[in-house]
Design a binder for this molecule. Structure first.
Ligand code: NOJ
Length: 574
C-alpha cells in the first residue's frame, strides 16, 4: 500500500509516485507466450504474480507499438496500435486490467521526438508539396556540394547511432534530420499541428487506462534556434549530436503545453522525462510542481562517469566511487525540496549494474547486487528496477559480433573497424557497454532458455541462468530478489525514506558509501562497503548508532563497524 503524508497532500493534489517503486519491462526479453522467441504482452500478463510478490507499484513498459523494429520499437509507425510481435490492443487492455486489479499502475513509453520513417506522417512528409512537409526537419544540401555525397549534409552533426544525422531523400533533393537511426526521423515540434497530433494521441492512451508516460529523449524535442556546424575532432568529420541538442529554447514551453493539454497533472499521471545532457538546474525547474512540467527526469551524468569524454561512450574509463557518490549527492541536494529525482542504475540502454558498479564474480555477485540496491533505494526519489536487476543478472560477455543485435552496438563495431581500430579493443568496449547486456532474456528458471521461451530466443540467454533465475531466487530467503522486496517494503513503510533530507558522509572514501536521511526526529543511516575488500567505517563519521534499529542488512549483524566485502546496513534512529 502506498501511503500519503498529510502535509504532502495539502501541498499538492497528489504525488502518489513519491513512495512508489517502478519496474521496467523490456517486452522483447521478458516472457514469450507463443514460442516465437520474442517476449510479448500475454507473456507479461502471465507474470503478474511475480510483480506482486516483488511489491512494485508501477510498471513502465518499453514500446509495444507498431514498429519496423529498427531500434526495437523506439521507431514507431502507428502510435495507436500494438505490434503483432507483442500481441494486440486487446492483450494490452487485459494487461492493464490485470495490473490494476493488483493495484499496480502502468506507464507507457512515449516516443515522440521522432517516429519511424514508415509512419504515415513521414511518408506524407516526403512529398515537398504535402501539408505534412513541415512536420519533420527538411533542409537543402550544403551550398555548392554534390547532394548525397559525404560532406554535402546541411550540417556536420553525427547521429547517435553512427554516420551523419542527415539523410538524403533523392525524390525531393533535400535531407531530413535524424538524431538516432536513419529510420527515426525527428518530428518538428515547432509546428503546432505536430504537437496537437501528439497530445491527441496521449489523451487517447490516458482514456484507455494508462497511468503515465516515460518520455523518450524528451528534451530533444526543442531544437536549437539554428542548426549549424560544430567543430570536428581529428579523425571524424562529423560532430557528436549531443553537443548540439538537449537544451533547446522552447523545451519548458512545450512541456507546460503538453501538461496542460493532456491534463498530465490534472489526471494525476506519472511523468518521467528521459533527458540526455540535462543539468541539475534544468531538472529543478522541470520537476518543480509549480511549473507544471514533469514529475521527474532521467539524468545521465552518473552513467556517463565511466567514459573518457562526451560522445565517447565506448572509450572506457574506470569508475571512481567518490565521483559516483558525489554525482548522486549533487542531484539530491540540487533538486532538494523543490523537485524530485528518479533513481536508476539499470535500464535497457545500460550495461548491468552488478557487472558495471559491483563485482559479478561468483564470490561477490549476490552481495554487490544487494548493496547497490541498498544505496540506490535509500536515496530520495523514485527508484526504478529494471527486469532482472532484482535477480542480480549480469552482463552477457558475448565473444562474437554476430551475437549482438542492438543497432548502436552493431553500427559502432562497423564504424570503429572501418576507422582502423583493433577488433579486440572494440569487442572489449561492447562487452562492457553494449545495450544488449541488459536485453538478454529474463531468467525465470533453470529449464531450457531460462524458461523465457519455448522457441529460440531472439538474443542468446546468458549462460549463467542455471544459477541466477527467478525460481531459485524466490525460494532462497537470502537472495537478491528478497533483498529488493524488502527495500521496496521499507520505502512503503517509512516516511523518512521517501521524504528525508539527504546528507552524504565520507565523500572521499573509495570503499564506503555512507549517508543519512533525516525527517523530523528520524534519522536513517546507510553504510555500505562498495568494494571487494573488507573495511571499517570510522565511528566518528556517523551519528551514534547505540540505540539504532537495524532495518536491513546484507550480512548477519556483528555489532562492530567492520564491513565485509559488499556488506551494507540500513539503521534507523529515532
Ligand atoms: C532512448 C531509448 O531509451 C533508447 O533505447 C532509444 O534507442 C533512443 N532513445 C531512441 O529512441
Amino acid at each position: 500500500m502506498i501511503f500519503q503524508s498529510s502535509d504532502e497532500s495539502q501541498r499538492r493534489p497528489s504525488g502518489w509516485w513519491k513512495p512508489a517503486v517502478v519496474y521496467q519491462i523490456y517486452p522483447r526479453s521478458f516472457a514469450d507466450s507463443n514460442g516465437d522467441g520474442t517476449g510479448d504482452i500475454p507473456g507479461i500478463t502471465s507474470k503478474l504474480d511475480y510483480l506482486t510478490e516483488l511489491g512494485v507499484d508501477v510498471v513502465w513498459l518499453s514500446p509495444v507499438y507498431s514498429s519496423p523494429m529498427d531500434d526495437n520499437g523506439y521507431d514507431i509507425s502507428d502510435y495507436h496500435n500494438v505490434d503483432p510481435l507483442f500481441g494486440t490492443l486487446g492483450d494490452l487492455d487485459d494487461l492493464i486490467a490485470g495490473l490494476h486489479q493488483r493495484g499496480i499502475k502502468l506507464v507507457m513509453d512515449l516516443v515522440v521526438n521522432h517516429t519511424s520513417d514508415e509512419h504515415p506522417w513521414f511518408q506524407e512528409s516526403r512529398d515537398p508539396n504535402s501539408p505534412k512537409r513541415d512536420w519533420y526537419w527538411w533542409r537543402p544540401p550544403r551550398p555548392g556540394a554534390e547532394p548525397g555525397t559525404p560532406g554535402a549534409e546541411p550540417t556536420n552533426m553525427a547521429a547517435a547511432f553512427g554516420g551523419p544525422a542527415w539523410d538524403y531523400d533523392e525524390r525531393s533533393g533535400e535531407y531530413y534530420l535524424h538524431i538516432f537511426s536513419r529510420k527515426q526521423p525527428d518530428l518538428n515540434w515547432e509546428n503546432r499541428e505536430v504537437r496537437r497530433g501528439i497530445y491527441d494521441m496521449m489523451r487517447w492512451w490516458v482514456d484507455r487506462g494508462v497511468d503515465g508516460f516515460r518520455m523518450d529523449v524528451i528534451n530533444l524535442i526543442s531544437k536549437p534556434e539554428k542548426l549549424e556546424d560544430g567543430v570536428p575532432e581529428p579523425g571524424n568529420q562529423y560532430v557528436p549530436i549531443f553537443r548540439f541538442v538537449g537544451r533547446g529554447p522552447r523545451l519548458h514551453e512545450f512541456l507546460r503545453e503538453m501538461n496542460r493539454e493532456v491534463g498530465l497533472d490534472a489526471r494525476n499521471l506519472l511523468t518521467v522525462g528521459e533527458m540526455p545532457g540535462v543539468t541539475i538546474q534544468m531538472a529543478r525547474a522541470i520537476t518543480d510542481p509549480a511549473n507544471a512540467e514533469l514529475n521527474m527526469v532521467f539524468q545521465f551524468e552518473h552513467v556517463d562517469l565511466d567514459r573518457m569524454a562526451e560522445g565517447h561512450k565506448w572509450d572506457l574509463k574506470p569508475l571512481e566511487l567518490p565521483a559516483l557518490k558525489k554525482n548522486l549527492s549533487d542531484w539530491q541536494v540540487g533538486l532538494g525540496d523543490v523537485g524530485w529525482n528518479s533513481l536508476y542504475f539499470d535500464n535497457h540502454d545500460q550495461p548491468r549494474a552488478v557487472s558495471r558498479f559491483g563485482d559479478d564474480g561468483p564470490q561477490h555477485r549476490v552481495n554487490s547486487a544487494k548493496t547497490l540496491g541498498t544505496v540506490l533505494h535509500m536515496h530520495k526519489g523514485t527508484p526504478y528496477v529494471y527486469q532482472g536487476e532484482e535477480l542480480g543478472m549480469t552482463n552477457t560477455y558475448f565473444s562474437a559480433i554476430e551475437q549482438y543485435q542492438d543497432i548502436e552496438s552493431v553500427n559502432y563495431h562497423a564504424d570503429a573497424l572501418s576507422l582502423g581500430m583493433e577488433a579486440d579493443v572494440v569487442m572489449r568496449s561492447l562487452s562492457a557497454k553494449s545495450r544488449d547486456n541488459a536485453r538478454t532474456p529474463m531468467h525465470w528458471d533453470d529449464s531450457s532458455h531460462a524458461g523465457f521461451s519455448e522457441g529460440i530466443p531472439w538474443l542468446p540467454v546468458n549462460a549463467n541462468y542455471l544459477a541466477i533465475n527467478a525460481r531459485a531466487a524466490m525460494g532462497d530467503p537470502d537472495s537478491v530478489f528478497h533483498h529488493f522486496r524488502k527495500l521496496i517494503e521499507l520505502r512503503h513503510e517509512y516516511r523518512v525514506i521517501v521524504e528525508g533530507r539527504f546528507q552524504l558522509l565520507l565523500p572521499d572514501s573509495e570503499q564506503i558509501w555512507a549517508f543519512t536521511r533525516s525527517l523530523d526526529n528520524s534519522i536513517l543511516v546507510v553504510i555500505a562497503n562498495c568494494s571487494s575488500a573488507p573495511t571499517v567505517v570510522p565511528a566518528e563519521a556517523l551519528p551514534d548508532l547505540g540505540r539504532a534499529q537495524l532495518l536491513l542488512a546484507t550480512h548477519a549483524a556483528t555489532g562492530t563497524l567492520q564491513l565485509q566485502p559488499w556488506e551494507s546496513r540500513i539503521y534507523l534512529l529515532r
